[in-house]
Design a protein around this ligand. Structure first.
Ligand SMILES: CC(C)(COP(=O)(O)OP(=O)(O)OC[C@H]1O[C@@H](n2cnc3c(N)ncnc32)[C@H](O)[C@@H]1OP(=O)(O)O)[C@@H](O)C(=O)NCCC(=O)NCCS
Length: 165
């Protein structure tokens, strides 16, 4: 499977209604765009309904302003049995200024594929090919393993888990 089948890009010009009184775009507006990007990337890949289960490593790196041209790209970087992880990056650009494009936000979204009965269903597995894909895959795998252990610890000590609050 080539990268084109595993990724998708949405673009948008930021409008005044999406900003605060100082002209900065609300974080929630971009998170919504990122969630839409992750959902569309996942649907394109699994060809079924999906739901967002989790967001990791959300980082606001650079402010986005009214009038910026925003590019949101989702790429499948990891697959489990029924879940997939998508790296979503958001770049912002002032079209009046050459070379102004820069990374504004990034995050990893976990989505779960659902069958017609809304139960989790298997996803096509993704095997990383390039060095970059392999590094990203290992990064996600390590975080997932860490999270699984933390989840088990929480269960042991609190009789439940943060997923069940
Ligand atoms: C996500 C959801 C379908 C999982 O249902 P579930 O009964 O817990 O399903 P399972 O235990 O079989 O887990 C299914 C997969 O989801 C993953 N998963 C479930 N909860 C998760 C969480 N909080 N974080 C990360 N992964 C999670 C599991 O690891 C498993 O992945 P795998 O098959 O690749 O190993 C269910 O919790 C749900 O519907 N949540 C609400 C989703 C939603 O409304 N999102 C917002 C709007 S899109």
């Amino acid at each position: 499977m080539n990268e084109e089948d595993r990724s998708l890009t949405l673009t948008m010009i930021m409008e005044p209604r999406q900003a605060n009184i100082f002209g900065n775009i609300h974080g929630g507006e971009i998170m919504r765009l990122m969630d839409t990007t992750a959902g569309a990337t996942a649907i394109k890949y699994v060809k079924s309904n999906v739901v967002t289960a989790r967001v990791d490593e959300l980082q606001f790196l650079k402010p986005i302003h009214i009038g910026n041209f925003v590019t949101s790209t989702g790429t499948i970087v990891y697959t489990g049995n029924t879940s997939i992880e998508i790296h979503v990056t958001v770049d912002a650009e002032d079209l009046r200024r050459p070379n102004s494009k820069g990374r504004a936000i990034e995050a990893f979204f976990t989505l779960v594929a659902l069958d017609e009965n809304e139960r989790p269903t298997r996803v096509p597995s993704f095997a990383p090919g390039t060095e970059r894909e392999k590094a990203m895959y290992e990064h996600v795998k390590t975080r997932r393993e860490f999270d699984r252990k933390r989840h088990e610890e929480a269960k042991k000590h609190m009789g439940g888990s943060e997923r069940e609050v």
